[in-house]
Write a protein that binds this ligand. Structure first.
Ligand SMILES: C[S@@+](CC[C@H](N)C(=O)[O-])C[C@H]1O[C@@H](n2cnc3c(N)ncnc32)[C@H](O)[C@@H]1O
Length: 293
């Protein structure tokens, strides 16, 4: 990510969530009614017009649908696990690389139950705050912003500036972000999460795998498309992992693996029965961990 620029992939992710709700037929995998407020005027136009969406996805952004479904599925997966964690008593939600996530605005029903910490790059976070101000949205009282550049700062120091409590479990999500950070910063940040996470804390993330995990020429072409999509937005893919060894490396930091979900299983979980599309971007796994004692 360029040092002084807000994340354009965060804007694309919000746009996909907005488009899904506005112009795609139900059932909706993930409902984010705030997403369209956070997107650019161009994306808002697509949200208002199904025909423009069809032209866009069939002609201009061909191949975008697998990425769109990956973005929706990872958000759904994370928040399904989060709901269970909150029901079991976890009262801190730490959204690492939050981008234009709207959880604190969407889930006002949980305002008394969970404190939300949005961690993000200073440029992205400043841009989000400006947007919220322009929209006149009142900041939920249970929301705190923590600005951090993972390439140069430690997560522990940044989080300790907030009211985050190390002595209680928390739920950490880190979605759509590992890809854009150098491998050393990914592991340094995961190590810091392990340090601040009380035993029983949970972590959900998605990670991209190397191209040799593509099962066909069609999938290889999709991997390349994703690389071009993110590079064009100034955020090239920097870290790709192996789906066998990556979870083991995370566990070595002090976690146990609960689930490591392949794109094929994601497709079964979230797309079966859909008429508009049948497969999720084949390059990303979802993983769910619990902090051990
Ligand atoms: C694709 S967005 C994902 C946003 C959100 N989690 C979602 O799923 O919509 C990637 C996020 O990673 C953040 N990011 C990228 N590089 C970063 C860095 N060096 N330090 C902190 N955040 C970074 C960006 O600011 C952006 O919010």
């Amino acid at each position: 990510m360029k040092a002084h620029h807000r994340s354009r992939t965060a804007e694309s992710a919000a746009a996909m969530r907005a488009v899904h709700l506005a112009v795609m037929a139900p059932p909706h995998i993930f409902r984010d009614p705030y997403a369209h407020l956070f997107t650019s005027p161009g994306w808002r136009l697509i949200c208002r017009n199904r025909l423009v969406f069809i032209i866009d996805t069939r002609i201009i952004y061909r191949g975008m649908l697998p990425i769109l479904f990956q973005i929706l599925a990872r958000a759904r997966f994370a928040e399904d696990q989060l709901d269970k964690a909150i029901a079991s008593g976890i009262d801190q939600y730490i959204i690492v690389g939050a981008g234009l996530d709207s959880f604190a605005f969407r889930r006002k029903d949980l305002a008394e139950k969970v404190r939300v910490f949005e961690l993000d790059h200073p440029a992205s976070q400043a841009s989000k705050k400006r947007r919220l101000k322009k929209l006149g949205l009142e900041l939920p009282k249970n929301l705190e912003f923590v600005s951090i550049d993972f390439e140069v700062q430690g997560l522990k120091d940044a989080l300790m500036e907030s009211s985050y409590a190390c002595g209680r479990p928390g739920f950490f999500s880190w979605l759509g972000s590992l890809h854009y950070i150098t491998e050393s910063s990914v592991f340094r940040t995961l190590g810091a999460i392990a340090e601040v996470a009380y035993p029983g804390s949970e972590l959900v993330l998605d990670y991209a795998v190397t191209e040799d995990h593509a099962a066909s020429d069609e999938e290889r072409a999709m991997f390349k498309k994703l690389q071009r999509f993110t590079a064009r937005r100034g955020e090239p893919l920097l870290s790709l992992f192996d789906p066998q060894t990556f979870p083991e490396q995370v566990c070595e930091l002090g976690f146990e693996l609960i689930q490591n979900i392949s794109p094929r299983v994601q497709t079964e979980m979230y797309l079966s029965g859909r008429k508009d599309y049948h497969s999720i971007m084949p390059s990303s796994y979802f993983a769910h961990f619990r902090k051990t004692s």
